[in-house]
Design a protein around this ligand. Sequence first.
Ligand SMILES: [Mg+2]
Length: 221
Amino acid sequence: MIKAVIFDVDNTLIDFIRMKNMTLEAAASAMIDAGLKEKKEKIIRRLWEILDEFGYEDSTVFQKYLKKVIGKVDDKILANAINAYRRVRYGYLEPYPHVMSTLIKFKEKGVKLAILSDAPRLKAWIRLSAMRLDSFFDAVVAFEDTKKHKPARKPFMVVLKKLNLKPEECLMIGDRPERDIKGAKAVGIQTCYARYGNWRKEKTDADYTVDDFSEILKIVG
Ligand SMILES: [Mg+2]
């Protein structure tokens, strides 16, 4: 019997890629308005390349971009990019459809809920709070809690300890086969692939696959 559900955050609860794309679009337009002579699509593509290389949490993406493209950090252009990014960032932070109603149903059933994210702790909390999801969880484990990323064993062991449950009593939901599913399987946690959050539609050997968040209810029963 499943007594707890453990959720990844980015692209599992939140449409993180959509949010990021919106912020980069706004920043690109603002940089053009501030005098940058580049095509918007090209700017967005380069910004994504930088994020792919340095990680989605990289906080100096615009500085890196400007250095690469115009050879220096122009503070007027940078300021416009940062302001546009900040204006949009939390405005587009939406949970996927049926996240809120499904979490409420789990709470009513007495199923424990946990977060297991590779994101820095404060950023994870900011995202959960912006979506008003922060009071649902019995345990939250983020990067600083173990200094290890999934699929390492430690983050999974720490969340199990916080929940005080055995691996087979828990179900891990995540969008990344190589991180969420592989890591959970290795310690004996049941697994569910959030395929709706994986734009590459990667293959996986997860125990379950869902294309809508509410389908998790049927698995837990
Ligand atoms: Mg994820």
